[in-house]
Write a protein that binds this ligand. Sequence first.
Ligand SMILES: Nc1ncnc2c1ncn2[C@@H]1O[C@H](COP(=O)(O)OP(=O)(O)OP(=O)(O)O)[C@@H](O)[C@H]1O
Length: 326
Amino acid sequence: MSIHVQHLQKNFQVHVRNAGWIDALRSLFHREYRTVEAVKDISFQIESGEIVGFLGPNGAGKTTTIKMLAGLLYPTAGQILVEGFVPFEQKVEFKKMMSLVMGQKSQLIWDIPPMETFLVNKAVYEIEERAFQRTLEELVELLELQPLLGKPTRSLSLGQRMKCELAATLLHQPKVLFLDEPTIGLDVHTQEKVRQFIAKYNREHNTTILLTSHYMGDVTALCQRVMIINHGQLLYDGDLQILSEKLTPYKLIEVRLPEVPSVSWEKYGELVGVDEGKVSLRVARERVTDVSARLLHDFSVADLNIQDPPMEEVITLAFQEEVHAS
Ligand SMILES: Nc1ncnc2c1ncn2[C@@H]1O[C@H](COP(=O)(O)OP(=O)(O)OP(=O)(O)O)[C@@H](O)[C@H]1O
């Protein structure tokens, strides 16, 4: 077991400020606080080598949870063990075996080239020279970093910086990696490259990865298992495909026809749209085979395509509904 979380909670005390100068004056003498329950009693386990997607709308509690797992925040209640360590104790051995990447925060030193930050990390993590060279070579090749190593960090594009960021956090070969929005703001092509890198790195090093992302592409490409959190509570922990089947018990059938006849499509499924010779139908999962056969029989079909509903739709539904893993 790599990560073990039991009944984890985090409350924040927030100073309540009322509008108006009388209230502002009063609050100088008598401060009022409100409790925000950011994480409410969540439990889960992650096996070594798993990549798990951690999803939820804004303010759901993802970053708070990840910060507790990485030892940056002290839990209000509950237990966390990451590779056998209690994160908040901040033991040197713990820091040496995990890494946290926050897409919106840089750990690279702004005014110097990435290579210099890498050397700082080598010293901080006490990485032995040969291991450092070997890992660096591997990361430079996988992430195509050679041309970037000597440029000042501030002159790099967002995508180039994120690649260097990943390299900086992986130099000490952590067993556990927390990735909070690793592809935020990157263009589609660079997102794809970063995804491929994470997948390959995980396969080759068996690193345990917990990933948050607002991009469904990251999640579908990397995570078989997802945990969905909302208002600090885990709504779902399980297979992404099963979630999709549970919440959207239909598939989309697209048929391309040389000419779209005016027939009643309702007998095949729910008509989603007709667009330039393409008819889209929403069909119950158990009827998909039958309906496809009928469509092929009834029309001279040029092309037929069966798709799962878009993952965005599944996740949006999951945020709204109380769903449980089967
Ligand atoms: N330091 C803090 N002090 C007070 N409240 C906080 C603090 N950090 C987070 N919160 C509150 O805790 C709740 C959970 O926030 P968190 O940042 O964990 O959400 P998130 O799921 O990561 O959201 P996002 O997707 O927007 O990053 C929110 O209501 C937030 O306002």
